[in-house]
Design a binder for this molecule. Sequence first.
Ligand code: BES
Ligand code: MN
Ligand code: ZN
Length: 492
Amino acid sequence: MNFEIQKRALSRVIRDDLDALIVFCPQNTEQAPDAQDPLSLVLRQALAKGDLTPKAGSVLSLYGLAGVKSRHVVLVSTEDQTCAHIRTAVVAAWAALKAAKPKHLGMHTVGEWTAQRLQTAASALADGSYSYTATLSKPQHRTLQQVTFSAADVAAEHRAAMVQTQAVVSGVELAKEWANRPANHATPTHLAEAAKAIAKGRSFKCDILGPKEVAKLGMGSFLAVAQGAAEPLRFIVMRYSGTSSAQAPVVLVGKGITFDTGGISMKPAPEMDEMKYDMSGAASVLGVFKALGQLRPAINVVGLIPATENMPDGMAVKPGDVVTSMSGQTIEILNTDAEGRLVLCDALTYAERFKPQAVIDIATLTGACVIALGGVRSGLFTSDEALAQHLQQAGESSGDLCWRMPMDEAYAEGLKTRFADVANVAGRAAGSVTAAKFLQRFAQKYPWAHLDIAGTAWKSGAAKGATGRPVGLLLHYLLAKASLPVSSRRRA
Ligand code: BES
Ligand code: MN
Ligand code: ZN
């Protein structure tokens, strides 16, 4: 899907060759254009007669209006034009239009575009028109191909926002696509191939490590999770260089459990299929790299993905087993279903070699985070104030929200054990925080943050599907960094 933006009055847009046109309308006639073209007249009348209410998402569908080239026109209210209302408006307008299967859609605002509004509208549209295709024998491919945004006034910053939005949307869609794939179509080997494909021609470096190399590195914790799986593990290392190699990189670590049965501490059957989404963190890293390749910002980024299935088997790791992580710390695996932290801890140790300015791990880590924050905000865990602030800001500006959780040392109490340096689980209380405290032990050598996306990476029920989060948040964080002068980029 392609996005563009053009400077055009509504009276001019009606002559454009579009299959459908959505017009974001103002709340009253005073704010409406006073032109005499047929669409402006209808718009003013609809507002004056109260046939288009000012409530966000209120729609009026028009068809075959004389003097308007686009057969389908949907007038929609955006209320005060906040991002939440823009989203509501796009969802409502698209619901009225999607049956018409437009190929080329116009999206005109009578008000003003801002970078944030453009991104919100484009993302909502991409979301609404996305359809999963990978494993269908007769896939319904998206018909919408071109979206032309317009307004009477369009500046250079809007064009720049459009370019950025295009990349964010393609990153989000790649993340969705991979997260949605069933586990037999998204094995660790498949993920590694996807990483290679993204790197190809984009001058990324991409190294794929297998069981032998991982054993040689001493990743005893990662290996313990993988030892029950017949599918071989992969450790994916992607490197994007957008600036001098003297500049310390940001490292992104994505949990890549391609299926989480729980292992010997097996999960109950209901909804277990959703554990195909347990590689959503990995998918978000792939999505970010796809977008970096398009935008080529002046920043260095490393992506690390420890990928494996978590399976029960004669060879599988058992509750009570003690393993030695790459850091040298021994871990008592009391629950084999707390496997995410076991693969991530070795990746966090591996990250040290890049002397990173910051490391962010992204993981569908705990059911407890779903209970705490639901599907609205991802959990943000860090002791680094600057990093916390930057990630929260990126969440707000992208609309891909997060919420900071506590990291008091007292939460680590339950991880103590007589039989190893640390246990992989504490009690049920504050489960998302104790998981973060476990990871923190392995992230002492750089500023570090952890995003628990267990609640935000996918939707359950009738709307089951990946969301592509937190690709938007991560890209906003990285792009904000790239636009800072080099001197202030040193820390977080
Ligand atoms: N992948 C799950 C977390 C999860 C569960 C995400 C449900 C989304 C929905 C993770 O590997 C896991 O099983 N965590 C356990 C940890 C527990 C054993 C301490 C959990 O949350 O139950
Ligand atoms: Mn698990
Ligand atoms: Zn898991």
